[in-house]
Design a protein around this ligand. Structure first.
Ligand SMILES: Cc1cc2nc3c(=O)[nH]c(=O)nc-3n(C[C@H](O)[C@H](O)[C@H](O)COP(=O)(O)OP(=O)(O)OC[C@H]3O[C@@H](n4cnc5c(N)ncnc54)[C@H](O)[C@@H]3O)c2cc1C
Length: 287
């Protein structure tokens, strides 16, 4: 990222015509793309992969994997809900929070638990921003800070969010994953200790409580707009609506051995030809 501006400035809040007291740290870029439509990119990559080789590249959509078994000849057998079975020499499981669920079923990653954190957005009807604007990250939190961006799929609208709310489901907008959540949380006294240590911190406690209120009807918009005003000071409650059907679940991984919430993505690679990836929020990449 090329920084075109970095420093300490005082910001004149036009809506309130007064100088905001807090120092504002800013950094920006105007030469690089900041937003990618990964859906369109995946379709393009799949089409190119199918064209590039004479060897057939098959894609099976809407095929839920139920179990993966390791065979004696070191291959894998993938069993699906529709009773189909596939064999593979190498398997990469990129199934969001279900990656850890499937890993646990094979006996891997038992020292980890998964805390699904749902995220929602608010949408405006008008164009408020030309590019992404992030608030400064609090390093204690595993999610990218609240940001506003012109939504590339909802043209002319600006999106603010995400919020963060613990949800007892491994996947949002899909039924029937509550029991899977409990199994993947891997609940025991280590998990209690992690929660206790997190909630002891007043920054985290306030963040959790505020984000819970962001999801409560009637009061959510008024509270959310207070935060979003830090990005667009003139924004009012009437400008935003809860974006139904937007957002998803970030699988936050809990390390039970270290008794810590893992910041950034987690991967389980037993070295035998199968990898399980969980990518909660690449906005926070900790290597
Ligand atoms: C609210 C929110 C805001 C975010 N903001 C950003 C951002 O600003 N920038 C950024 O870079 N990232 C962001 N992320 C993170 C980003 O969305 C994820 O890192 C990314 O989607 C992970 O891709 P994935 O393909 O690994 O998993 P997913 O996108 O989670 O896809 C997993 C897929 O696997 C499927 N699946 C699950 N179980 C099975 C099974 N048993 N069999 C078959 N299929 C299965 C699911 O249905 C799903 O389609 C955000 C995430 C959320 C929730």
């Amino acid at each position: 990222m090329s920084a075109i501006c970095y420093g300490l400035i005082h910001y004149l809040d036009k809506a309130q015509t007064k100088i905001r007291p807090e120092p504002i740290v800013a950094m920006g870029t105007n030469t690089q793309c900041t937003t990618v439509d990964y859906g369109a990119m995946s379709e393009a990559l799949a089409a190119q992969a199918q064209k590039a080789s004479d060897i057939p590249t098959d894609i099976f959509y809407n095929t839920q994997v139920i179990d993966i078994f390791e065979k004696e000849d070191k291959t894998f057998e993938i069993h699906c809900k529709d009773s189909s079975i596939y064999t593979a020499n190498f398997v990469v499981v990129n199934a969001g929070a279900h990656s850890l669920f499937l890993a646990h079923r094979m006996g891997y990653g038992k020292h980890m638990g998964c805390l699904p954190m749902a995220g929602s957005f608010y949408m405006t009807n008008k164009h408020f921003l030309n590019g992404k604007v992030y608030m400064v990250q609090n390093n204690k939190l595993p999610f990218a800070a609240l940001h506003g961006d012109p939504d590339i799929l909802a043209k002319g609208k600006t999106r603010f969010g995400p919020t963060a709310l613990m949800l007892p489901k491994l996947e949002r907008f899909k039924p029937g994953t509550y029991w899977d959540f409990f199994k993947t949380l891997n609940f025991d006294f280590h998990i209690v200790k992690i929660f206790w240590d997190l909630l002891k911190d007043s920054d985290i406690r306030n963040y959790v409580f505020k984000n819970f209120l962001f999801e409560v009807p009637l009061i959510n918009k008024g509270l959310f707009v207070q935060d979003a005003k830090k990005i667009v000071p003139s924004l009012s409650v009437d400008d935003i609506t809860y974006a139904k059907g937007f957002g998803g679940v970030r699988p936050q991984v809990l390390d039970k051995e270290k008794e810590k919430l893992m910041l950034g993505e987690a991967s389980i690679n037993p070295g035998n030809g199968i990898i399980f990836n969980m990518t909660p929020s690449p906005g926070q990449h900790h290597v």
